[in-house]
Structures are given as structure tokens and as C-alpha cells.
Ligand binder design. Structure first.
Ligand code: TXE
Length: 508
């Protein structure tokens, strides 16, 4: 791990490179000051230090970015697949070279442990390469009709300008899920990262520029919800792809609906992680931990409802508490740290309040981590927290917490597990732990969620589609499915005969 030195106020040196603390907007291939020259700080959640200054874009800046993307669209949509692939691969190579630097910056920005941000950068590189491989394989169909004189084919065409709005928990990963397929299919984009963690998206734009993408193909505007509103309340874009909270997703859907703009919405979750009595219990323990304590629970796919079969409930809970109480909290930039702080003050307060308001039994929490927390007073640390037994219908079991807080819920049998798993407004993911293959498939079949893991959790792949059911959103990211999200089908029907048609009747 290369060292970071805070040499002067908010200026850092990483491997000899100075990270300047003020970021402008990236519009039409240029780094521009915001028209109003307003800035807001980015705060490191480990020490509460402001370490970067980000531009609050004005409405005019946002419109400029849309304009640039719109102008670039005619050019970019006509760049052939081979050339688009070349650019995406060049970009992926540059991202790979910069992955350690970007991982470090992301850990500084949102407090996520470096072992995870490093993995996420590698995964992002893999995703850009995956979609680079598809740029010249976006096929239509030839469709035989009843009338042999008609030749019919379809084409998949890009949509146009797409707004990509992302959250703070995994800025580069989440952006990649959107940007890679959008560019591969010939769209141009305006990106708005979260105001809580914008730095890596802006650094990524520098790499986009270096890779040689034409000006205006990728634009980045930063700022709070006002920027998001300006970007989505318009008919000058063709689509919004959004990752964030369910309530914000509803606002975006409403704003887009007013202009008939398409959406992909990747929203919240309250995913069940189901441990059957016949599971490999050591593996299940590791899976339960990964599900809720990985990334300090700040993932939409967090396995935040742990359903444990009654026959093993007590012993499994004991083992889980023992294991979780050994989790090492600390500086996210140190490799041995297992859990960092939560990403920002707002999130820190929300989670603290939810735990305070919960009236039931806290079997692991603050008091068990007093020693460790004593050393980490400046950071937004929420220790691993386990609540048990929790009623599946209670508020704490039904609302997304987005932190390292686990609700443990007992269940009787397979039917009870499925019923409890589905008793939620969300439908993002679910985990099933059993050695019985028939049961695994039966339960996978009955659970209402877009991703099911059997004997694993929080595992991901470039090829596997991801996206929620119910209030977890709609549309798919990753895999071939994502290509369909950023293209529209055009049907072309050609009359091959010279016969005159009857003008007063439809023909087929
Ligand atoms: O997300 P928001 P927040 C959940 C989690 C968290 C809650 C709120 O439970 O506690 O959401 O988090 C932009 N029009 N998740 O407040 O507000 C905003 O600027 C357009 C789940 O950070 O949804 C940011 O760029 N855009 C989750 C992005 O939306 C708007 C990840 C997300 O912010 C906007 C994060 C508007 N009106 C939080 N208002 C997941 N599913 O992974 C805000 N934004």
C-alpha cells in the first residue's frame, strides 16, 4: 500500500502525484468552473477532515452538459463498434493502471475499506472489457413474414443522451454498471455522482479524456439534488439510470414520467439471507457476515434480514456473535481493517437513531466495541450490531438501514422461510444456505427477488444480470441484459416487389 502524505491542508501526495483539492465540471471535453463558482467540501469519514472541494453545478451548467452530450450523439452513434471497443479497451487499461490510486481516493471519500475498493476497481476494469467485447455484436434480427415480398429486419439503436445518477456507497462500481453498456451501445452521457462522494467519478473523467473519447460523449456535473432535478426534469434526455434510495427513485420516475423518459432504477433492499438447518454452517456463518458487515452494511444487497431455522437458531446466533465481535474496525486505508466508518455524518446519525429507537434486544453493539471505538472517536463508526430475535413485521426488519445492523429472525420450515423472505416491499436479492439441492432450487423459485445466491452471498460477475423486483426498482444492469436497457428496437420493412398496393386497405 503506497503511503499518502497530507502535506499541506487539503493537498495530498500519492505515489508522487499531488491530488489537488478543487474539482471543476467536465463538460464537452473541458474542465470548467461552475457558472456560479460555488463549492462544497468532501469529508473523509474516518477523521471528519475536508479533503477536496467539489463544484455545485448551476442549472445552466447542467443544460450545457446536456447540450454537449446531445451534439456529441450524432458523432458517437456513428462510430463503428470496432472503434468504440478500441476506446473502451484503452480506457479499461488506463483504469487498471490507476486502480490503486482510485481505490485509495474512494476509501478516503466514503470510508470503504481498501481491500474492497481495490476489488471493486478490478471488477470495474473487467466490466468495461466485457462491454467492449459487445460493441460490434449488437445484433438485430431478420424476421420472416407471411408475405414473401416483404423483407423485415430489426436494428438495435442507441437511445441518445442518458443521465447517470449515482450514490456514494460504491461510486465507481455503480457508475460502471451504467457507463460501460451506455457507451458500448453508442449513447452519450451526463453523469451526476453523489455529493457525498464525487472525487473518483471526476478522476475517472480525467481517464476518459486521456483515453481519447470524443468531446461531449461523457460529461460530469456535480452537486446535490438540485443538479439531479435539473438533469431529470427535461425532455432533452432519453433515459435516466439511477442508483440510490427508493424515495429518490420515485421522484425520478415521476419526473421522467412527465416527459416519457425511460428509467433503470436500482434502489434499496432488505434482503433475506436464509440459513437452513442442513447448511454447511461454517460457510453460512461467513456468508452471513459478508452479507451484513461487508462494506459496513452500506450496500443495497446487504443480507440485513438473517432468517435462521429454529432448530439451529441459538447455536448459530452464538457463533455469529462470537465471530462478529472479533471484527477489526479501523482506518479504511489499512489492509487489515475489516470494517471502516460509515460514509457520512447523515448516514451515521440515521443509523444511530434507528438503533436507539429499536426497543428489542441488542445482542452485539456499542458496548462490545467500546475499546476499539475509544481509539476511533473522530470517525463515523457504527460497530457490528446484531438484533435478535426480531419480528419480521417490525419497522426495523422492514426498513432499509444501510449500515452494519443485522436483524436475526427465526423460522420453522421451508414454507415459513419463503413466506418471511417475501414479506417485504423490496425484492433485490436473497441468500439460501442448504446442502439439499432440491430444496435450494425450490426456494430460489419461490423467492421474489432479482438475484438469488445459493451457498454464497455478495458474489458478482460481469456476465450476470443484476436488478431488483418490487420496490427495489426495475431494469437490469450488467450482462447482455444491460445492452437492451440502452438500446431501442427499430423495425424496417422493405417491399421487394413492384406490385401496386391498394391504397384503401392495410396490407400484410
Ligand atoms: O440517497 P439519494 P442518499 C438508500 C439508503 C440511504 C438512503 C438515502 O437507505 O440511507 O437511500 O441515501 C441524487 N433528483 N440508499 O440520501 O438521496 C443524489 O444527489 C435526481 C440505497 O445518499 O437517493 C445522489 O446523487 N437526483 C442505495 C443520488 O440521487 C437526486 C445507495 C442518490 O441519493 C434527487 C444509496 C432528485 N430529486 C442510498 N435527489 C443503493 N440502492 O445502493 C437526490 N438525488
Amino acid at each position: 500500500m503506497a503511503k499518502i502524505f497530507n502535506i499541506f491542508g487539503n493537498v495530498y501526495v500519492f505515489k508522487g502525484v499531488i491530488i489537488i483539492d478543487t474539482y471543476n465540471l467536465f463538460i464537452n471535453g473541458e474542465w470548467r468552473k461552475g457558472k456560479k463558482e460555488e463549492y462544497f467540501p468532501s469529508v473523509n469519514p474516518f477523521n471528519q477532515k475536508e479533503w477536496a472541494k467539489i463544484t455545485q453545478a448551476s442549472a445552466e451548467d447542467v443544460q450545457d452538459a446536456i447540450e454537449a452530450a446531445d451534439k456529441a450523439f450524432e458523432l458517437w452513434r456513428n462510430v463503428n463498434g470496432k472503434e468504440r471497443a478500441k476506446l473502451l479497451n484503452t480506457f479499461a487499461n488506463l483504469l487498471e493502471e490507476n486502480s490503486e490510486r482510485l481505490a485509495t481516493l474512494e476509501s478516503l471519500d466514503n470510508g470503504k475499506v481498501i481491500r474492497e475498493t481495490l476489488t471493486q476497481m478490478k471488477f470495474a476494469v473487467r466490466n468495461y472489457r466485457f462491454f467492449a467485447g459487445y460493441t460490434d455484436k449488437i445484433y438485430g434480427k431478420t424476421i420472416p413474414l407471411d408475405n414473401n415480398d416483404l423483407f423485415n429486419y430489426t436494428k438495435r439503436e442507441p437511445l441518445g443522451v442518458v443521465a447517470l445518477i449515482t450514490s456514494w456507497n460504491s461510486p465507481i462500481s455503480i457508475l460502471t454498471n451504467k457507463l460501460a453498456p451506455a457507451l458500448a451501445t453508442g449513447n452519450t452521457v451526463v453523469i451526476k455522482p453523489s455529493e457525498q462522494a464525487s472525487v473518483t467519478t471526476l478522476e475517472l473523467a480525467k481517464i476518459i479524456d486521456e483515453a481519447g473519447f470524443p468531446s461531449g460523449v461523457v460529461n460530469v456535473v456535480t452537486g446535490d439534488y438540485r443538479v439531479g432535478n435539473e438533469l431529470t426534469q427535461t425532455d432533452r434526455i432519453q433515459k435516466v439510470s439511477f442508483t440510490g434510495g427508493t424515495e429518490t427513485g420515485k421522484i425520478i420516475a415521476k419526473n421522467s414520467g412527465a416527459n416519457l423518459i425511460k428509467n433503470t432504477l436500482e434502489l434499496g433492499g432488505k434482503s433475506p439471507n436464509i440459513i437452513f438447518e442442513d447448511a454447511n454452517l461454517n460457510a453460512a456463518l461467513a456468508g452471513a457476515m459478508a452479507g451484513i458487515f461487508g462494506a459496513s452494511g452500506q450496500t443495497c444487497i446487504a443480507g440485513s434480514r438473517l432468517l435462521v431455522q429454529e432448530s439451529i437458531y441459538e447455536s448459530f446466533l452464538d457463533q455469529l456473535v462470537a465471530k462478529a465481535s472479533n471484527i477489526k474496525l479501523g482506518n479504511p486505508l489499512e489492509k487489515e481493517t475489516e470494517m471502516g466508518p460509515v460514509a457520512n455524518e447523515k448516514q451515521f446519525k440515521i443509523i444511530q437513531n434507528l438503533i436507539k429507537e429499536y426497543g428489542g434486544k441488542v445482542v452485539l453493539g456499542y458496548k462490545d466495541f467500546e475499546d476499539q471505538l475509544g481509539q476511533l472517536k473522530k470517525g463515523y463508526f457504527i460497530p457490528p450490531t446484531i438484533l435478535a430475535p426480531v419480528d419480521n413485521e417490525s419497522t426495523i426488519a422492514q426498513n432499509e438501514i444501510f449500515g452494519p445492523v443485522l436483524c436475526v429472525i427465526p423460522f420453522k420450515d421451508e414454507n415459513d422461510a419463503v413466506q418471511k423472505a417475501n414479506q417485504t416491499k423490496f425484492g433485490l436479492a436473497a441468500g439460501i444456505w442448504t446442502e439439499n439441492v432440491k430444496k435450494a432450487h425450490r426456494v430460489a423459485n419461490r423467492i421474489q427477488a432479482g438475484t438469488i445466491w445459493v451457498n454464497t452471498y455478495r458474489t458478482t460477475a460481469a456476465q450476470a444480470p443484476f436488478g431488483g423486483f418490487k420496490s427495489s426498482g426495475y431494469g437490469k444492469e450488467r450482462g447482455v441484459e444491460a445492452l437492451y436497457e440502452y438500446t431501442q428496437v427499430k423495425n424496417v420493412m422493405v417491399n421487394l416487389s413492384d406490385d401496386q398496393r391498394d391504397p384503401f386497405s392495410i396490407q400484410n
